[in-house]
Ligand binder design. Structure first.
Ligand SMILES: Nc1ncnc2c1ncn2[C@@H]1O[C@H](COP(=O)(O)OP(=O)(O)OP(=O)(O)O)[C@@H](O)[C@H]1O
Ligand SMILES: [Mg+2]
Length: 318
């Protein structure tokens, strides 16, 4: 399959929500058999852009070209007819229906006006086997782990013969093993010429799956390059708009100033004789088994629980 066939081209896409523009003229193109990693900080506009591609929302301005034909906007059905499938960040399944029913959601095969259950189950099993997902077809979707339900949505996209697959942060809810399965399915789809937009916050995944990297920042496209020419540092810099310092915790000028001082604190019941200091800019972790008193100590610090003895000083004040 030639990889140079352009499947989609979004140009000059603008989108406003309630008069506030959140996309300022963004381009995005995907070729057959290509995976474009779409990156950006929270709120950069990634989901908005791909929802426009999936016909979920319409752009305020811009053009959408699919297989060379230009559309001023798409609705969900139009996008679906063109083979655009979206795996949303949020689950989009029917929790009270079975796994098999969910895979065919809305498109159950029928014979003579009746649901062809045998065909449905055989095809559902086939696609789960392709994904190497081992879950019973009769299980209720709602009883599964979020990662498994996410894989069901991917199974549904496969059944529906996706030509362009948009994955909006699927890996957030997947275990490492499930992510590996997802990647191997993406490899199969690439070989079949499916074009994909893959949104992720895990930068280490990018070099594994992406052919091209595009970064959005505050509703603008700030980088679009072949993945092999982009380093992790390039991605971070493009996402943030400046170089990240190695340590993301703020550097405090007077690191030795004690801001919270607890001396010999007891509540008379659960904990006793607790002494600890927290300095400016410091994170102190309280460890303990359930029932050991860690929550109760915090309750006392916040004034929610009476103390029997000892003292709490905040910035030196009792
Ligand atoms: N339905 C909506 N109504 C109003 N504002 C919205 C709506 N959806 C998104 N926004 C705003 O548009 C901007 C872009 O949001 P979007 O969800 O596209 O970002 P994102 O890059 O997908 O972020 P994240 O990584 O958190 O998923 C944000 O400022 C967000 O608050
Ligand atoms: Mg999003």
């Amino acid at each position: 399959m030639s990889n140079s066939t352009e499947l989609i081209r979004l140009e000059g896409i603008k989108k406003s929500y309630n008069g506030v523009e959140v996309l300022h003229g963004v381009d995005l193109s995907v070729n057959a058999g290509e995976v474009v990693a779409l990156l950006g900080e929270n709120g950069a506009g990634k989901s908005t852009l791909v929802k426009i591609l999936a016909g979920d929302i319409s752009p305020t301005q811009g053009t959408i070209k699919i297989n060379g034909t230009e559309y001023s906007g798409l609705d969900v059905y139009g996008a679906r007819d063109l083979g655009i499938r979206m795996i949303f960040q949020e689950l989009n399944d029917a929790p009270s229906m079975s796994v098999a029913e969910n895979i065919f959601l809305g498109q159950w095969p029928t014979t003579g006006g009746k649901v062809a259950w045998k065909e449905l189950k055989a095809k559902a099993q086939d696609v789960l086997d392709r994904l190497e997902v081992n879950i019973p077809l009769d299980a209720e979707a709602g009883s599964l782990r979020v990662g498994e339900r996410q894989l069901l949505e991917i199974a549904r996209a496969l059944i529906q013969n996706a030509k362009i697959l948009v994955l909006d942060e699927p890996s957030a809810a997947l275990s490492n093993v499930e992510v590996e399965r997802l990647f191997s399915v993406m490899e199969q789809l690439k070989a079949q010429g499916v074009g994909m937009v893959y949104i992720t916050h895990r930068l280490d995944e990018v070099s594994r799956v992406a052919d091209r990297v595009q970064v959005l920042r505050d509703g603008n496209s700030v980088l679009s390059k072949d993945a092999k020419d982009v380093s992790r540092q390039d991605m971070v810099t493009a996402m943030l708009g400046h170089e990240a310092s190695g340590n993301t915790r703020p550097v405090v000028s007077k690191p030795n100033k004690v801001v919270l001082e607890i001396n010999n604190l007891s509540d008379g019941h659960v904990f006793r004789d607790i002494t600890l200091n927290v300095k400016e800019g410091e994170v102190v972790t309280l460890f303990g088994k359930i029932g050991s008193g860690t929550s109760e100590i915090l309750e006392s610090i916040f004034g929610l629980r009476d103390i029997a003895s000892g003292e709490i000083k905040i910035s030196g004040q009792i």
